[in-house]
Design a protein around this ligand. Sequence first.
Ligand code: NPW
Ligand code: ADP
Length: 289
Amino acid sequence: MRIWRPADAARHVTVPLEHDDKYSRGVLGIATGSESYPGAAVLGVDAALHTGVGMVRYVGPDAAGSLVLQRRPEAVRARGRVQAWLIGSGIDAEHRDASTERALREAFADGVPVVADAGALDLVVEGLHRSTGDPGRLIITPHAGELARMLGAARVDVVADPVAAAHEAARRWDCVVLLKGHLTVVAGGDVVVGARAATPWLATAGAGDALGGVLGAMLATRAARWEVEPANSADAAALVELAASAAVVHGIAANRASGGGPFTVLELCQHLPQVIAELAQLATREPEG
Ligand SMILES: NC(=O)C1=CN([C@@H]2O[C@H](COP(=O)(O)OP(=O)(O)OC[C@H]3O[C@@H](n4cnc5c(N)ncnc54)[C@H](OP(=O)(O)O)[C@@H]3O)[C@@H](O)[C@H]2O)[C@@H](O)CC1
Ligand SMILES: Nc1ncnc2c1ncn2[C@@H]1O[C@H](COP(=O)(O)OP(=O)(O)O)[C@@H](O)[C@H]1O
């Protein structure tokens, strides 16, 4: 399995151009968080804005929305067009209220790429993305326990062979699978790559919610380019590479936040802009391919 490195990730950072405005850079819709887990919404929005995106539209319960705006007044709560969705983090599939249920279903139906995490994964198993959206443009981000639940497998079996499990899920649900762990495995089509975690200190509650924000922002900004250059549009391999790149960005930021010790997820987010800046610079030095 190829291990994805910073120089690879650098090619998937979308740098704004002179003529860009906030819409042409890409808008990310985020439908995350709940009464029980409002923090997941804050972390995903904070990570997305620090990774760089034209706008975040946050759709979620008022309690979570208030916390999101307290932390990040840049987030917009008005509905409107988006170039990608991040859904499910901080949502319990067994206790979705009616408006959350509607928001998740509308995201799948929107026809733009979707990152589905935690409390949206059961809807992928249900096949919702097949009937309403473009299934090839879905990235799911389970941890081993969540993937085991989706597959009806034992968690130990997913951990023992994460590549096989990720491939099986990608084939079964016609999507890209980013399986989180010490080694993050990304599979889609017949492509599989790995991203090594920078530090086990990253194993902390909320780290995956921030990864969703990083990936969502990288996807929305790239999807905005696909809208104007349809010839370069996403195939499974492109989405696998983009997702692995998000894991690399997240891992580097974690390493810097850690410095060999514990850190909070918001501290990880604060390192994201510099990581993105350095990768953007690296991309100008690395030839494509
Ligand atoms: N700040 C926020 O808002 C945050 C919000 N978050 C949000 O929370 C939601 C649920 O996500 P999750 O990954 O925790 O749930 P889930 O996949 O059901 O895994 C549970 C498994 O863990 C295990 N387990 C439990 N306790 C254990 C223990 N003490 N020691 C050992 N094992 C233990 C338990 O196993 P069992 O007890 O059955 O053996 C079960 O299998 C999700 O929406 C996420 O986004 C999180 O990101 C955190 C930050
Ligand atoms: N042992 C580990 N070493 C390094 N990174 C890890 C380890 N365990 C988990 N991670 C990373 O931490 C994050 C945890 O995500 P997740 O399980 O979704 O947690 P949460 O739902 O609390 O945010 C993922 O990015 C995963 O790759």
